[in-house]
Write a protein that binds this ligand. Structure first.
Ligand code: ARG
Length: 473
């Protein structure tokens, strides 16, 4: 697409003005530079509108055909980058209408019958958001597939790979790596569900609301909604042109996806340090340093963390724009698009990059396992063993705590102290041992092999149901 400086061209609304708009007005108020990417959606909306006008006899069959033909030429020009913008094109909507009139002649002047840019632009944003949130849901499914494939490869059985689970970033209890990876995947299943619910709520056509109050012309919003594939059409014209709830929701959904990506990112940053040594990144998913020759950095993981600040900023920025706006359309609403496109672009790149990083990373099973085999991680199992012998938990906790203290102070093994203590003995000492930790947790949803089958089945069912919902969108 190229820009042209044809300053003699007039804005579509020039009628009541005696002079051309100031260059600085155009520079500040234009949205073309960022809403160009809505061209397909504007054309879909415009074709539906023209068909709607023909349907209620505001256009003859021939007139409608001529305008649609011109819209298709515009689509071709947009598609092959030969569309020439002119200085008076404020946004993609005025640019397309101008060009339709150039191509079709006088009949092009009828395309905007009963329509305002206020209902036109939000209809296009709804079409765009509906499609692109569906694409994000699909991307997240792929990430879930990778996480669950890596989980399966790490193993769900008693011979599965295990690592310390953490609370407060202090080693707490051993968990299967599969369990840990799926914990992240469950968060993404909720994100997919949320995107699909957002799509359901935004699936409302706003075409036919006019500038704010509808029209004296016999428009049929139900007909045009169906033409565009919307589930339904607006009930209140004022609400239709001023509602950007769906953009705020999309930005929230994306900010939360980013938040989930940032949590995985942070773990990969930690896991790939020499200090942790739990994972290494594939060379194609790591970066080097311009000065330090030995460095291998987890920049994808860091930016998955870092870009989330921007996603949250886009959400709060839009909410601030919407707050206190009087009904109905105000130009402020044009500020919906840049945060939406930016958040979408960044999260989409982020999901793909993180998916590749996880798919290709190497997990260091023995380093993880050794860390999880540390005796202290068996302390809770010892307390629960006492509980099974009838000791109240609080008392059991104190008894184990005191052995832990002795072990630390006397530099003696916890296992040995347990073995020698008459309140514990040999049977309790046998709980502690290499690779035994994960097996101790057997309750539903727990981190060990006993609960794995149920979790695996529930996860697969959830993915299958989300996949089916995405495919019917
Ligand atoms: N570019 C505007 C937007 O994206 C289109 C609507 C302009 N309407 C108006 N009355 N100036 O919101």
């Amino acid at each position: 697409m190229s820009a042209d400086t044809n300053s003699s061209s007039q804005p579509l609304w020039h009628g009541r003005f005696s002079v051309a708009p100031a260059a600085e007005l155009i520079a500040f108020t234009q949205s073309l530079s960022f809403d160009k990417r809505l061209w397909k959606d504007d054309i879909v909306g415009s074709i539906a509108h023209v068909n709607g006008l023909e349907h209620v006899s505001l256009l003859t069959k021939q007139e409608a055909a001529a305008i649609i033909k011109a819209l298709n030429v515009v689509a071709t020009e947009m598609g092959d980058n030969t569309f020439v913008f002119v200085a008076s094109d404020e946004d993609i909507h005025t640019a397309i209408e101008r060009r339709v009139t150039e191509i079709a002649g006088e009949v092009g002047g009828k395309v905007h019958t009963g329509r305002s840019r206020n209902d036109q632009c939000v209809t296009a944003v709804r079409l765009w958001t509906k499609r692109e949130l569906g694409a994000l849901a699909q991307q997240l499914l792929e990430l879930c597939d990778v996480l669950s494939a890596r989980a399966d490869a790490a193993g769900w059985g008693s011979d599965g790979v295990y690592l310390p689970g953490y609370t407060h970033l202090q080693r707490a209890q051993p968990v299967l790596l599969a369990h840990h990876l799926l914990a992240h995947a469950w968060a993404f299943t909720r994100d997919i569900d949320r995107l699909l619910q957002t799509i359901e709520r935004l699936d409302v056509s706003t075409l036919g609301a006019g500038a704010l109050a509808g029209s004296s012309l016999p428009l049929d919003p139900k007909f045009t909604a169906k033409e565009m594939g919307f589930a339904t059409h607006f009930a209140n014209s004022l609400d239709a042109v001023s509602d950007r709830d769906f953009v705020a929701e999309a930005l929230f959904d994306i900010a939360l996806i980013g938040t989930h990506l940032s949590r995985i990112g942070e773990e990969f940053v930690l896991w790939t340090t020499t200090e942790f040594g739990f994972a290494s990144l594939d060379d194609s998913y790591a970066t080097g340093s311009s000065m330090l020759p030995q460095k291998k950095n987890a920049d994808i993981a860091e930016l998955a963390r870092g870009k989330t600040g921007r996603l949250i900023g886009n959400l709060t920025g839009l909410l601030a724009t919407l707050k206190g706006l009087p009904l109905a359309y105000n130009r402020d609403l044009q500020e919906d698009k840049e945060p939406l496109f930016d958040s979408y672009d960044q999260v989409s790149l982020g999901i793909t990059a993180v998916t590749g990083m996880i798919a290709t990373a190497t997990f260091h099973h023995s380093t993880m396992g050794e860390a999880a085999d540390a005796e202290m991680l068996f302390a809770t199992d010892l307390a629960e063993w006492l509980v099974q012998q009838g000791t109240p938990f609080r008392q059991a906790h104190a008894m184990v705590g005191s052995l832990v203290q002795q072990s630390i102070n006397g530099n003696e093994s916890l296992r040995e102290l347990v073995r020698k203590d008459p309140k514990f003995g040999e049977n309790a000492a046998k709980l502690i041992g290499q690779g035994l930790g994960v097996g101790h947790r057997t309750s539903p949803g727990a981190s060990g092999p006993a609960a794995a089958t149920e979790q695996r089945t529930r996860f697969s069912n959830q993915i299958a149901s989300l996949r089916a919902r995405i495919n019917t969108k």
